[in-house]
Design a protein around this ligand. Sequence first.
Ligand SMILES: NC(=O)c1ccc[n+]([C@@H]2O[C@H](COP(=O)([O-])OP(=O)(O)OC[C@H]3O[C@@H](n4cnc5c(N)ncnc54)[C@H](OP(=O)(O)O)[C@@H]3O)[C@@H](O)[C@H]2O)c1
Length: 300
Amino acid sequence: MDKKINLSKQVTVLGLGAMGTALAEAFIKAGYTTTVWNRSADKTVPLVKKGAVATSTVSEAVSASELTVICVLNYDVLEQILKPVAGELRGHTLVSLTNDTPKRARQMALWAEEQGIDYLDGSVLVPVTEVGKPEALLLYSGPRNIFDKYFPVLKALGGKSTYLGEAPGRAALYDIAMMNIFFTSLTGVLHSYALLNAEGEQAEEFLPYAREIFGVAEHFLENFALSADKAHYPGHLDNITMEAAGVKHVVEAGRDAGIHTGVPQAVKDVFDRAIEAGFGASGMPSAIEGIRKAVRAETR
Ligand SMILES: NC(=O)c1ccc[n+]([C@@H]2O[C@H](COP(=O)([O-])OP(=O)(O)OC[C@H]3O[C@@H](n4cnc5c(N)ncnc54)[C@H](OP(=O)(O)O)[C@@H]3O)[C@@H](O)[C@H]2O)c1
């Protein structure tokens, strides 16, 4: 059999945690000969039962396929695993679906280029149970020709496999921005639930009202984006001084109920910084002026 054609039908997955296992399963399900490696070899066993080929070394694993996908804890781990096999990866394609910062993604892209490795940086934006489904969102950035070449293979991981452009850190940046919205807004939800519970209420009974306010918040996304990009914060309908007074009530209600108030206090700190910077009569998006510059506590 022609070796090149054979290799192009093979995929290697390095890292078989919860996510790496889901990625390998999606490739197997899509009919790819899937070579797998993991530090703890026991995690290869269920995949081998499903048809994967396990190797005992990283070197064997990356040599088995034109395309290697790596999904491990972070880029420190990724570098530990990959740097010793740079020679075997030369001329192959590497896709990282490991979460880290845009800076680490850019550094990795530079390293890969120096080693003669085609590299795409990516992020999985769905939980493991959604991997491989048509609605699963994965983001990629890096050379367009590499994405186009491997798109038919990568789309086995999710129907919404999206290319964000050549800048290698862009997928990681969008991933971080989305995760930030997820973590910070949902921690606000948890704070409200804790407040309700502390006052003897059931969070479940409050659910329709939580949904209501999430709907209202969604409505603000576009206007806030325009305000952020243009640094324009009209304050004729509401202003941040009034909003800061409202957040102060959230802090005080939490204190009265005997719960931790760090979440609304962090919001109040940012609002106060914007007011101190002269935006007291501007609208709530001017809070971004309290965020833009790392000063005070962060630099002290
Ligand atoms: N799980 C999710 O829902 C989800 C969703 C989106 C994105 N992600 C991203 O996917 C990536 C992997 O997440 P996960 O859920 O699969 O994590 P996980 O279940 O904790 O697995 C971590 C993986 O990293 C490996 N690893 C950790 N330290 C290592 C070391 N020092 N040397 C070699 N291998 C090491 C582990 O190997 P061992 O098995 O030997 O420990 C395992 O393969 C992360 O970047 C995460 O942010 C996860």
